[in-house]
Every structure is written in C-alpha cells, then in structure tokens.
Design a protein around this ligand. Structure first.
Ligand code: NDP
Length: 271
C-alpha cells in the first residue's frame, strides 16, 4: 500500500518539498505519495489531528508552524528540543507524533559533504537568531569551530541563543555594527531579510576573498545576500538549495530507513 507523507505550512504553494520527495521516491523505489497542505495557524491543531486520522506516516513542517507545532507532539528528539523548532514529524500507527529537526544536519551535509567547507578551527559568523539559527547552531558548534559569533538586529535574541547553547561551546553574541574589525572563514545568513530584498546591515569590511558565504534562503535567481557577497569579491557564495535537499534526505531516511542520493536532485535545482 502507498504510504502518505506531506508538508504543512502557510502559504505552501512555493514549497519544493513535494518535488524533492517525489524524486527521492522514484530514485529509491519507495512507494510513497507526498502532498503539500496549506494550513493557516488557527487550524493547525485540528488539521494535524485529521491528517493523523487519515493515516499519514510523516510530515515536514515549514513557516509558520515550526515552533507552534511542538505543543501538539508527544515527543521530541534532543536536537528538536534544543532548537525549539520541528521540521519533521513521524506519525506512528498507535497515534504517537514524534518531532525532529533536520536543519542542522542538512546544513552540515551541504557545507562539508557537497561544498568541501572545513569547519574545524574555522571562524564562523551566523547572522540572525530565529528558528533556523536555533536549528543550525548546535550542529555548527559540534563541528569544532575556533569561534562562533551570532549577530542579530534585536541583540537580546542573539544573547539569549548564546546562553541557550552555552554548554555546547563558546558563542559571542553581538549587534551587526559591532562586527567591524573581525574576519570570518564562514558567514551563514540565517535571517529572512532577503524576503524583503534586504541584506543584513553588517560591515562589508569583514568579508575576505576566501570567506565562504552561505545563505539559508534560496530563490530562482541569486538571493540579495549572495548577490551582495559576489559584488564584494567573495568567490564562494551559496544559496540554501543544497541544505533544503539534504534536510529533506534526512527526513526521508527517518521515515523510510534509506537515505537517497542527493546529487541528482541538487543538479535539478538552481545553483
Ligand atoms: P524567523 O522569522 O524565525 O527569524 C528571522 C530572523 O531574520 C531574525 O533573526 C530576524 O531578526 C532576522 N531579520 C528579518 N528581517 C531582517 C532584516 N531586514 N535585517 C536584519 N535581520 C532581519 O525565520 P527562520 O529563522 O525560520 O528563517 C530564516 C531564513 O532561513 C528564511 O529565509 C528561511 O526560508 C530560511 N531557511 C532555509 C532552510 C533551508 O533548508 N535552506 C531551512 C530553514 C530556514 P530580529 O530577531 O531582529 O527580528
């Protein structure tokens, strides 16, 4: 029998998850169906219950439900608990709902596996302190960077993240305008500034030609952050398409016990 999966969000029309998971299914021969469900925030609880009753086996979760959905789940993995955000739900036959977060491992797979970026002893800067930042920071800290800075517009949110992850490694929290004079090997843009065509206002002086810039955001054309980095001479500036495919492959692995090859799927998406 075909097992059903899907992604919940609002809006959801733009989501590439159905295409990615259908390509994974075709590649691995897994008999699944994967659909997108547009669920407004006020209907999240009842719609999740009804999808569970329909027998869905798993769901990906995207904006704006990643945090809110937690209160509707029975159990969280450690990494979802740490991130306080869920992007993957497994629904068991007995009605149990388990939440996980594959964003951090997805980013690491893309950076170290696909893009050959070494994080060991690297100086790393994360721009932004929202849900995506919470998902990736434990994974970044686990890769042994020399320094990890978090800069955010509302600096209190960066400070609160630094405190939250204090036990995992040293984090310096600051405002964008406090970054002058610093240099980084890797700058990860985890803000949503690009959605409004903006680039986080950090000093361009911190960019060097060998700095790797990685934008979690992705678009059919270069995102504002990627375009801006390239204009400033950065040779390696990447959008988050690779992370999107890798976090999806991790979800597929959790659900189906097989991790699909991501290269053929990444090659179908913009660079
Ligand atoms: P949140 O809404 O939780 O956080 C948004 C962050 O962006 C906050 O730190 C906010 O700062 C900052 N921000 C928003 N506008 C601006 C601006 N104009 N200038 C500076 N900072 C700004 O969003 P998420 O963390 O969930 O998502 C962030 C991005 O990551 C999104 O674009 C999302 O699509 C992408 N993403 C990509 C994934 C992938 O697989 N590639 C996976 C997950 C997310 P403040 O706190 O000061 O308001």
């Amino acid at each position: 029998m075909t097992d059903r999966y899907g992604v919940i969000g609002h809006p959801i029309g733009h989501s590439k998850s159905p295409v990615i998971h259908r390509l994974f299914a075709a590649q691995t021969g897994e008999d699944i169906r994967y659909d997108a469900y547009d669920i407004p925030p006020e209907r999240l609880a009842e719609e999740l219950k009804s999808l569970a009753e329909e027998g869905l086996r798993g769901l990906n979760v995207t904006v704006p439900h990643k945090e809110r959905v937690i209160e509707l789940l029975d159990q969280l993995t450690d990494r979802a608990h740490l991130a306080r955000a869920v992007n993957t739900i497994t629904l068991s036959a007995n009605g149990r709902l388990d939440g996980d977060n594959t964003d951090g491992v997805g980013l690491l797979s893309d950076l170290t596996g696909n893009l050959d970026v070494s994080l060991k002893e690297a100086r790393v800067l994360v721009l932004g302190a929202g849900g995506a930042a919470r998902g990736i920071i434990p994974a970044l800290l686990g890769s042994g960077p020399r320094d990890l800075f978090i800069a955010n517009r509302v600096v209190e949110r960066a400070r609160s993240l630094a405190e939250r992850f204090d036990a995992l490694g040293k984090i310096v929290a600051c405002r964008f305008d406090e970054l002058g004079g610093q240099h980084f090997d890797l700058i990860v843009n985890a803000t949503s500034a690009g959605l409004r065509g903006e680039v986080p206002p950090f000093p361009a002086s911190i960019l060097a030609r060998d700095t790797v810039c990685y934008d979690l955001s992705y678009a059919m054309t270069p995102t504002p952050f990627v375009a801006w980095a390239r204009e400033h001479g950065v040779k390696q500036a990447h959008q988050g398409w690779g992370m999107l495919v890798e976090q999806a492959a991790e979800a597929f692995l959790i659900w189906r016990g097989v991790r699909p090859e991501t290269k053929p799927v990444r090659e179908k998406l913009p660079a």
